[in-house]
Ligand binder design. Structure first.
Ligand code: SAH
Length: 427
């Protein structure tokens, strides 16, 4: 009996206690630069090709290194695991550039990685639908901390890691060479930069920024302010979701909450919505939204714009007994990390509950979360709780994600931040 218990599958797979010795050390690779040694057994996530090394996993650093420099990440025995960018200021102390021992992290490496990301977008034929798209999606395109968005002839670069910052000039040169834009603009001003110990920066890097920049997405013209707009200027990730809402809008009274520059509203108006009420707390975004209605020669008399806090506005609409046939909820990131999940869950539930109450029977709710800290499952549970409290039966008719120019690397599930549920309430 004892014998049998010792060889049970759970034991063999080390379920009850870690068995670091079962992980054979990789071969050593000679390197003049600094080496980052992980603690015994802490190489597991890297062996699964997850590209982050957390400071808690590190045993020691050997050699001199500045933040942003390339280090060799090794297991406890000194076996090669990866080449990574080091950052002493961040909890993510290293972000992997490459898993190949023979790789050299230099200008050619970055040119090759960027070219590969561009080829993916070409292969997907994304340019048939839009001249605004994400060209490089950080970790998911093998370039941790690097975001590059294309708006017509302009590229916007966002550097969110010390490694990407270290290679700023090289990355800019490669992008200029491969894409030949009229302008490369840097929008390295996200709050994430502070966590990485990097100053915020926003300026023209190459060329000149055109006065009136716009993209054409599924035939809809959208003015983009890359210098002062949110993120890099526009929410490219919602492209497919906006198209779906356009298809569902005919003859409906639509409410678009957190409308920014009017994305969903423009599609709804073109799709034949009866009326579209759009709400956002940014006056600048609303101004651009109204310009977008003109750019597309849409019927402005069917559009109403409210500069308001959505949480308050939804309550007012409820008190006024206003009703809608289609509601879009696309709030900002309430939970950047799992630590904020509980507070965020309350906010999501609040707006979803109010939205369910504002829907006519047979109405549609399109509800999104771009919070990395809220999983798909949790989001669905929150929305289910809201429907229950609102006393409505609802069916999921579409599960949505970010568009294909925001790919998700299988080994980096954190890349799948945007989730959406399109629901129909019972008629
Ligand atoms: N749906 C948009 C993107 C929305 S981004 C698109 O397709 O382009 C989130 C928006 O929420 C931003 O425009 C921001 O200004 C707005 N916002 C953030 N908090 C808000 C609040 N409490 N009330 C109203 N708008 C808010």
């Amino acid at each position: 009996m004892n014998q049998k218990r010792h060889t049970s599958p759970s034991r063999r797979h080390g379920k009850h206690k870690p068995r670091p010795t079962s992980l054979a050390s990789a071969p050593k690779v000679a390197f003049d630069g600094a080496k980052l040694f992980l603690q015994e057994g802490r190489q597991r996530s890297l062996l699964r090709r997850h590209p982050w090394v957390f400071s808690g996993a590190v045993e020691r650093l050997e050699g001199n290194v500045q933040s942003g420099d390339t280090v060799q990440v090794c297991d406890a025995q000194g076996g090669f695991l990866a080449w990574a960018a080091y950052n002493s200021a961040s909890q993510i102390v290293a972000r992997v550039w490459s898993w190949q021992a023979q790789e050299k992290i230099d200008a050619d490496f970055f040119r090759h990685k960027i070219a590969r990301a561009l080829t993916l977008r070409k292969d997907l034929q994304l340019d048939l639908h839009s001249n605004g798209m994400r060209l490089i999606h950080g970790e998911s395109d093998g370039l941790p901390g690097l975001i590059v968005d294309q708006y017509a002839d302009v590229l916007v670069l966002q550097l969110g890691s010390a490694g990407a910052e270290r290679w700023r000039e090289t990355l800019t040169d490669c992008l200029q060479e491969l894409c030949q834009p009229v302008c490369i603009y840097e929008r390295s001003d996200s709050d994430g930069r502070v966590r990485e110990g990097l100053p915020k920066r926003s300026d023209v890097l190459r060329g000149q920024l055109p006065q009136d920049l716009s993209v054409t997405e599924n035939g809809i013209h959208i003015a983009v302010d890359v210098a002062a707009g949110q993120k890099t200027g526009f929410y490219l990730d919602q492209r497919d979701n906006r198209a779906l809402i356009g298809e569902l809008s005919a003859g409906r009274d639509v409410l678009n909450c957190f409308c920014y520059t009017g994305g969903f509203s423009l599609y709804a108006l073109r799709g034949g919505a009866n009326t579209v009420l759009s709400i956002d707390s940014s006056a600048d975004a609303l101004q651009l939204a109204q310009r977008n209605v003109e750019l597309n020669a849409l019927d402005a008399s069917r559009a109403e714009w409210q500069d308001a806090d959505v949480f308050e506005a939804l309550r007012k609409l409820r008190d006024q007994n206003r009703k809608f046939d289609l509601i879009v909820l696309d709030p900002p990131k309430f939970a950047p990390t799992a630590a904020f999940a509980e507070k965020a869950a309350r906010a999501y539930k609040d707006i979803n509950l109010l939205a369910f109450k504002l829907l006519r029977p047979g109405g549609i709710l399109a509800s999104y979360s771009c919070s990395g800290g809220i999983s798909d499952d949790l989001f669905q549970k929150i929305v289910a709780g809201a429907a229950l409290d609102a006393d409505v039966d609802a069916q999921i008719v579409h599960k949505m994600n970010a568009a294909a120019d925001h790919p998700v690397l299988l080994s980096f599930p954190e890349g799948a931040y945007l989730k959406g549920l399109v629901l129909r309430v019972a008629g």
